[in-house]
Design a protein around this ligand. Structure first.
Ligand SMILES: Cc1cc2nc3c(=O)[nH]c(=O)nc-3n(C[C@H](O)[C@H](O)[C@H](O)COP(=O)(O)OP(=O)(O)OC[C@H]3O[C@@H](n4cnc5c(N)ncnc54)[C@H](O)[C@@H]3O)c2cc1C
Length: 339
């Protein structure tokens, strides 16, 4: 592990100023100055040396300002430093946005959920073994232009949606699927001031694996705003994994549904996880379902549409089928909720 400087700040402005752009930095994941929230991802990865930083700016002094949950008639705003456990236990989250509570309840372990922050969870980096193990030279995320060892290697847990010839790493987090499905907006403060954008735009594609988000170096996520709507209560998360706790998803689906009295889908939101390069909104599957009755058959077809265009690499040839069934199961589960 390389030595790094540890700094504490008390305000968002100080945090941004401390992590301000450095010449040659292409994105926040490669920035030599990183924010430290729960530290459960970045400190792990600094120890493994798959991620390097010269300075960690501890932002936990901002919790008074950015560590609470605000419920409004228009939606719910989470400060970026809200801990996973804090959001998971909030009565309004459990009642009105169950998909968020379910993603958080199935993420990591109780100890990690007590430490980890919502923004840190969203920004966690891939668990790809070839990225994490620096003995492998070929990793376009770590060493742009070096290749991707996973493409011809062991890739059972790798992505099939949104992949490129440069990278097939999967996005590992759970919360992002709920936030993407619910059209969450990300609020930030950066060197150029404040801005707001849809969370589905936060993560970038696999063509440039070394750049993972649209955040500018030094840009701090301050809050996540989830708009309310008729679909949020009828929402759920299905997570398929190798064991029932303390494990990342092999496939997952977050679904929010609005159904007419006769069972016709008036609105639907679907996001797929575990087998996508980045949190993946299944627009075509949503389009397919709108105006149709939600049945076992239409759910199965929507699952297949959601996995259209999947690209497999051997060990993960089963993933499109698994993903399609996961989406179908989440849709049926959401339809059966008593709301
Ligand atoms: C054994 C293990 C199992 C796990 N299982 C799961 C799982 O099943 N599901 C799951 O979802 N996760 C899982 N995780 C991941 C865990 O949830 C993440 O490590 C955690 O959520 C990261 O949050 P953090 O606050 O600790 O982030 P940190 O490690 O502090 O930060 C991560 C990154 O986010 C950046 N960052 C943090 N806050 C901000 C901000 N406000 N603005 C801008 N940038 C910011 C940091 O600069 C850093 O680059 C697991 C982790 C471990 C170690």
């Amino acid at each position: 592990m390389r030595p790094f400087v540890y700094t504490r700040v008390d305000t968002a402005e100080q945090a941004v100023a401390r992590a301000a752009p450095v010449d040659g930095t292409v994105g926040p994941t490669n920035s030599p100055v990183q924010f430290l929230a729960g530290g459960t991802n970045i400190v792990d990865y600094l120890k493994l040396s798959c991620w390097t930083a010269d300075e960690l700016v501890d932002i936990n002094g901002l919790r008074d300002e950015h560590g609470s949950i605000e419920v409004t008639p228009d939606g719910i705003r989470f400060g970026s430093l809200v801990r996973l456990r804090q959001a998971l236990d909030h009565p309004a989250v459990v009642r009105d946005y169950p998909v968020i509570a379910e993603t958080l309840g199935r993420a990591a372990s109780p100890q990690l959920r007590n430490m980890a922050s919502l923004a840190g969870n969203l920004l966690q980096r891939t668990r790809c073994g070839y990225f994490r193990d620096v003995d492998y030279d070929e990793c376009n995320k770590r060493r742009p232009g070096s290749g991707c060892a996973a493409i011809g290697g062991r890739n059972r847990m790798h992505a099939v949606l949104g992949v490129s010839d440069s990278c097939i790493a999967s996005y590992p987090g759970d919360l992002a699927q709920a936030l993407v499905a619910l059209d969450t907006r990300v609020e930030t403060l950066g060197p150029d001031g404040v801005r707001t954008f849809p969370v589905r735009d936060l993560h970038t594609g696999a063509d440039r694996p070394e750049v993972e988000t649209i955040l500018a170096p030094g840009e701090l996520i301050t809050a996540l705003f989830v708009p309310s709507g008729p679909h949020t209560r009828r929402s759920t998360y299905v997570k398929v994994r190798d064991r029932e706790s303390y494990e990342f998803a092999v496939a997952s689906a977050a679904v929010a549904l609005d159904l007419a009295d006769d069972g016709t889908v008036t609105d639907v939101r679907i996001a797929v996880g575990g087998l996508a390069y980045r949190p993946w909104r299944a627009d075509a599957a949503e389009e397919f379902l709108r105006g149709r009755p939600l049945t076992a058959d239409s759910a199965e077809q929507a699952g297949r549409v959601a996995l259209d265009g999947a690209v497999t690499h051997g060990d993960n040839d089963h993933s499109p089928e698994l993903g399609a069934r996961t989406v179908a199961r989440a849709l049926i589960q959401a339809a059966q909720l008593q709301v």
